[in-house]
Design a protein around this ligand. Sequence first.
Ligand code: FPP
Length: 246
Amino acid sequence: MELKEQIYKDNLPKHVAIIMDGNGRWAKKQGKLRVFGHRKGVKAVREAIEGAAEIGVEFLTLYAFSTENWNRPKFEVDALMSLLLSSLKDELKTLQENNIKLKVIGDISKLPQKNQKELQQVIDKTKDNSRMTLVLALSYGSKVEIIDAVKAISEKVKNDELDISEITEDTISNNLYTSEMPDVDLLIRTSGETRISNFLLWQIAYAELFFLEKLWPDFDRTDLFNTILDYQNRERRFGKTSDQVK
Ligand code: FPP
């Protein structure tokens, strides 16, 4: 049976998040500049998006650029920004054909003007698409996101719109950049690193974590399908006993 057909449709992760890691090492292994790895990484991005949509994942969040990534050499930051810009221009058609909506989380005001403009255009043009939401985390940091939520909630308390005793998990969730999205079910990180790196700290509270050895440019839809199959073989207990969830 084809790999894809082995996946149960009634136990799909609704929200898959990916830390795409290892572009630099991939390039170095070939004796090339890091930027070459990022360029090859775009192909893997396309594989992940198409694979996730094919299977029926509702939300796919990709960690494309962290708040910490601004500290990389200017040459590399510039290359990543121009790669993002050209990918947005190239992929609009694919997003439309596959009925995929684009969303961004992070402080995109730090991005070059033309990137901000292009992002806004693709977001506007795809806003009515409904098969899957692709979320790009750009200039994103989970701690800053939580700080922003705390500020927004404090403001409401200060203005007597909210009582402290009314603050619940939902209050926090609803004030994060991901407010309209379900929590992450499945988190993948490539390249053998076993860190979270300030990505969706609140949203992964009960996510299943998968650390793959492959470097990001080598990732393809087969890796995604295999990981989803593994995910379906895990038992998610959410703090309960095994007997309770059966
Ligand atoms: C991590 O590899 C990758 C990034 C910081 C950037 C990810 C960007 C892309 C895959 C391309 C552009 C994205 C889109 C959405 C079009 P690394 O550089 O940290 O690798 P290393 O750990 O081996 O140095």
